[in-house]
Design a protein around this ligand. Structure first.
Ligand SMILES: [Zn+2]
Length: 178
C-alpha cells in the first residue's frame, strides 16, 4: 500500500485525541484532534483530480502535508498563543505528517512543502520509483466498509481511471480523447 489511508489515520488520531482530552480536560479538543488528523488527507482530492481527470500525473501537491505547518504551530503554541483547540489541531497535524513520513515511501524531504515547491512538485523527485497516479489500484484498502462498495468501484470506477492513466501520451505528446 502506497499511502496510509483514513482507517490508519483514524486509529492514530483517536489515540492523539484521547491524549489531548486527558491532557487538557476538553472533550471538544479531543474531538477536534480526531477530525483534523483525518481531514488532512482531503488535499489528496486535488492530486486525484490532477492525475485522473486532467491526466497530469507528474506532480505531487498534497498541499496540507508539510512539517512546516506543524513546526509553525508548535512555535506559536510555545511562544505566543495557547488554546486547547489549537493544541489539538497542531498535535493531530503533527501526528498525521509523522505517520505518513514513516509509513509512506517518499524521499526523505518529501513531506516538507518548501522542498516540494523547490522541486516544482515533481513526482519523480518526491516519490522516486513510485507511480503515485496508480494508487487507484490500492485505494479500496484505505477506506472502511469495503465489501459494500469495492465491487462497484472495481467494476465502474477503476477501469475508467485505468484507461485514463495507463493509455499514455500519443507520439506528439498529446493524450487520446476518450
Ligand atoms: Zn496523509
Amino acid at each position: 500500500m502506497w499511502r496510509m489511508g483514513p482507517l490508519g489515520h483514524t486509529a492514530i488520531s483517536t489515540v492523539i485525541g484521547a491524549s489531548v482530552w486527558a491532557g487538557t480536560g476538553s472533550p471538544l479538543a479531543g474531538a477536534v484532534a480526531v477530525g483534523v488528523g483525518v481531514a488532512v488527507d482531503i488535499d489528496h482530492l486535488v492530486d486525484y483530480y490532477q492525475w485522473w481527470i486532467r491526466r497530469k500525473p507528474n506532480q505531487i501537491l498534497v498541499l496540507f502535508h508539510g512539517w512546516e505547518y506543524s513546526i509553525i504551530g508548535l512555535l506559536l503554541l510555545v511562544f505566543s498563543y495557547y488554546h486547547p483547540i489549537f493544541l489539538a489541531a497542531v498535535a493531530a497535524h503533527l501526528g498525521h505528517v509523522a505517520t505518513d513520513h514513516f509509513h509512506n515511501r517518499l524521499s526523505p524531504l518529501g513531506y516538507f512543502i518548501t522542498y516540494r515547491a523547490w522541486v516544482r512538485f515533481d513526482a519523480k523527485k518526491i516519490a522516486p520509483g513510485i507511480s503515485p497516479e496508480r494508487s487507484y489500484k490500492n485505494l479500496p484498502s484505505s477506506f472502511p466498509l469495503r465489501p459494500l462498495w469495492e465491487p462497484w468501484y472495481r467494476r465502474k470506477i477503476e477501469p475508467w481511471i485505468a484507461a485514463r492513466v495507463e493509455s499514455g501520451p500519443l507520439e506528439d505528446g498529446s493524450y487520446p480523447q476518450i
